[in-house]
Design a protein around this ligand. Structure first.
Ligand SMILES: Cc1cc2nc3c(=O)[nH]c(=O)nc-3n(C[C@H](O)[C@H](O)[C@H](O)COP(=O)(O)OP(=O)(O)OC[C@H]3O[C@@H](n4cnc5c(N)ncnc54)[C@H](O)[C@@H]3O)c2cc1C
Length: 278
């Protein structure tokens, strides 16, 4: 099937503004840090709902067309790089927060919602989405699910896997699997969603997600400590666990080289600890 022919099939599903090709691809990129390199692809598709994702995948499956999925393009392993014989599907137009269940402490949203937008929306209801990492302002929830992202608060709340209660996924042949459950206590048969969490889009496209939320903590304290001995880092961690047990949400170790980079003249950070501790 020629590029033009497959694009004309996509035109039966999506409006023209949701199909980028030719010159339009020059303003697109495959990673947030590579904005100067134009995207290589047959076309970039911007579905607005699950049915459109399903119809696109049916076409691609019928014609053995390779597909690359774009979330927020923040992965650090080149997973969203494409070539000119591949079709790119971006979830960026699927960005609705569908429901915040304040009593059940869950949020249901489309997979293209930026993580920081979910964090802020639930914070307004005094709830916490503990998924938090440096790229949260660009990464999408579908990308986080597909990479089983971790982040700063894994220590207490676990990886993304621990936060996902339900998923809707479109399989490569276009079949929609919907398991948007909000139940904590659910032992009803196979837990299919686990296959898709961390599978980096190889098994299907995540289109909707139900996430578990927590009551927003009333207070938060941060301590910075410095040592020249790795064993003491472990001792400190054990000490903190003994003393404040489940309230310890994050524990991060910065090596001296990283710290020196952070406080170099090129950055805006103050030198808040000595960098030559003996
Ligand atoms: C500054 C910075 C800090 C980071 N910190 C962390 C960290 O602490 N912990 C951590 O785990 N990661 C971290 N990352 C890596 C990255 O942010 C995460 O992996 C993030 O979850 C990727 O989300 P994304 O939406 O950008 O996905 P993308 O980069 O767009 O895609 C990632 C993979 O998922 C697939 N994919 C995307 N969306 C979907 C979907 N809806 N359905 C199916 N497949 C999909 C893509 O094809 C690709 O294979 C960091 C990255 C940066 C730049």
């Amino acid at each position: 099937m020629s590029n033009n022919n497959i694009i004309s099939l996509f035109e039966t599903i999506l409006d023209k503004s949701s199909i980028l090709k030719g010159e339009d691809l020059k303003s697109r990129f495959y990673h947030i840090w590579k904005t100067d390199i134009p995207l290589e692809s047959i076309c970039l598709l911007l579905p607005k709902n699950t049915n459109q994702v399903s119809s696109i995948l049916k076409i691609c499956n019928n014609y053995n067309q390779e597909v690359i999925i774009h979330g927020g393009l923040t992965n650090l392993v080149g997973a969203t790089k494409s070539s000119d014989n591949q079709v790119v599907i971006s979830l960026e137009k699927m960005k609705n927060i569908i429901e915040i269940d304040e009593k059940g402490k869950t949020v249901t949203c489309e997979s293209g919602v930026i993580i920081e937008d979910i964090i802020n929306a639930v914070k307004d209801k005094d709830l916490l989405l503990p998924l938090n990492f440096g790229a949260r302002g660009s990464a999408q929830i579908g990308g986080a699910v597909s990479t089983n992202a971790g982040g700063l608060r894994v220590f207490k709340y676990g990886m993304t896997r621990n936060l996902v209660m339900g998923l809707e996924v479109v399989l490569p042949d276009g079949t929609i699997i919907s398991s948007l459950k909000k139940l904590m206590k659910d032992n009803s048969g196979y837990d299919l969603k686990q296959f898709f969490i961390g599978s980096e889009g190889t098994l299907g496209i995540v289109t909707k997600v139900v996430l578990r939320l927590y009551q927003h903590p009333k207070t938060r304290y941060t301590a910075l400590a410095v040592t020249n001995d790795y064993k003491k880092v472990l001792d400190l961690l054990k000490f903190m666990e003994d003393k404040i047990s489940k309230n310890l949400t994050a524990f991060e170790l910065l090596w001296n080289d990283t710290y020196k980079q952070m406080i170099s003249d090129k950055t805006i950070y103050n030198k808040y600890l000595p960098d030559n501790y003996k």
